[in-house]
Design a protein around this ligand. Structure first.
Ligand code: NAD
Ligand code: MG
Length: 394
């Protein structure tokens, strides 16, 4: 068995901690080269004491100085700071695998560094792919990187496809992808009730325990919108061939329909350690610490169509993908700004899609010719989204 050498980007987050839990169960298979976090030096220091990485990175330079102090008795651990540090450990010659689990646009540069260095990239950071779509997939092809989906739905779809036809679903006889969605905590709320929901209600997902941003995205259905775009890029398909099915039990993680009428599904408990273990050990299977599925206890599965009137974010994402160019980067940036404002108590939940739609209307679509164009649009869209929030609250 070969040992895989890994950098975990976003180690203190929900996906990062689940990744380390799987790694912890297989010390013979995995060796942690680097751990990274944003601002919480104390939390990263605790992880460093357990996993003894060669390098620890804090994206925030001040937090990096704090970490140096916290690890002063462990001089073998090199501490780096800033985006440069993140990119360095994502592309280091000592590693073969990168868990890309930074949340949001901040993950694009380090994830891209891993891709360009031809690593096995375990992609949790869907925003990176949504922002830069074709450029990102071109970079994967050019570098010969191995891109494995960690998002539970995409990992399920990946498992239901022949491994050599991931980028050629039609050639594999695939007619549709059935992308499942939990519907989030407000699935049964009226449009009126959606105006008064609080951040803590939005973050209390019925089935999954996740970071704050993706929890709010699940509640608005923007998460499914981002995942629709993610699926189109990963599996080289179009939104017409991807149909969202709300499945409140979150046991079927997605399905693939074939020309002969077969529908293959991947099922499991809603626990991210399953897709993470699948990516870490691919093509082997390892224990992930996940409890066996008890279908008798679950009893029934339900399915319904998404309600695009109460949850416009899914429609906005599909439209942005159709518009192409820089539109998905604008969608993503506006969403990040609107979600942050909601979490800070400065925007009503029901106004998240309003801000995104107004930002999309106010920002010209350009052709996405380079990553520089994408980063510039991201900055522009953030400023426009903040402007729109200001207009709404005066
Ligand atoms: P989280 O908020 O729990 O953790 C985010 C991590 O990113 C933390 O380690 C944080 O320190 C780091 N980070 C935040 N801002 C940063 C910055 N500016 N620079 C560098 N690092 C930064 O988020 P999460 O729920 O673990 O999600 C991570 C990614 O995985 C997201 O893209 C999310 O959409 C995706 N994802 C998460 C889940 C889940 O179950 N949590 C499922 C599917 C996909
Ligand atoms: Mg998902």
């Amino acid at each position: 068995m070969v040992t895989r050498h890994i950098s975990v980007l976003g180690a203190t987050g929900s996906i990062g901690l689940s990744t380390l839990d799987v790694i912890r169960r297989h010390p013979d298979r995995f060796s942690v080269y680097a751990l990274t976090a944003s601002t919480r030096a104390e939390e990263l220091a605790i992880l460093c004491r357990e996993f003894r990485p060669r390098v620890a990175v804090m994206a925030n330079p001040e937090a990096a100085r704090t970490l140096v102090g916290l690890l002063s008795d462990l001089p073998d651990i090199q501490v780096l700071g800033g985006v440069e540090g993140l990119c360095e450990v994502a592309s280091a010659p000592e590693i073969d695998t990168v868990m890309a689990a930074i949340v949001g646009a901040a993950g694009l540069s380090p994830t891209l560094a891993a891709v360009r260095a031809s690593k096995r990239v375990l992609l949790a950071n869907k925003e990176a792919l949504v922002m830069s779509g074709k450029l990102f997939m071109d970079a994967v092809a050019e570098a010969g990187a191995e891109l494995l989906p960690i998002d539970s739905e995409h990992n399920a779809i990946f498992q239901c496809m022949p491994a050599d036809k991931i980028r050629d679903p039609a050639g594999a006889g695939i007619t549709r992808i059935l992308l499942t969605a939990s519907g989030g905590p407000f699935r049964e709320h009226s449009a009126e009730a959606l105006r008064s929901v609080t951040p803590s209600q939005a973050c209390a997902h019925p089935n999954w325990s996740m970071g704050q941003k993706i929890s709010v995205d699940s509640a608005t259905l923007m998460n499914k919108g981002l995942e629709l775009i993610e699926a189109c890029w990963l599996f080289n398909t179009t939104p017409e061939r991807v149909e969202v099915h709300v499945h409140p039990e979150s046991i079927i993680h997605s399905m693939v329909e074939y020309a002969d009428g077969s529908v293959l599904a991947q099922l499991g408990s809603p626990d991210m350690r399953t897709p993470i273990a699948n990516g870490l050990a691919w093509p082997e299977r390892i224990d992930a610490g996940v409890a066996p599925l008890d279908l008798f206890a679950i009893g029934r599965f339900h399915f319904e169509r998404p309600d695009l009137v109460r949850f416009p974010c899914l429609r906005l994402a599909a439209e942005a993908f159709q518009a192409g160019g820089t539109a998905p980067a604008v969608l993503n940036a506006a969403n990040e700004v609107a979600v942050a404002a909601f979490l800070e108590g400065n925007l009503c939940f029901a106004d998240i899609p309003v801000i995104i739609e107004r930002t999309l209307v106010a920002t010209a679509v350009e052709s996405a010719d380079s990553f520089e164009v994408i980063f510039a649009k991201d900055t522009e869209a953030r400023a426009r989204a903040r402007e729109q929030i200001g207009l709404l609250t005066v």
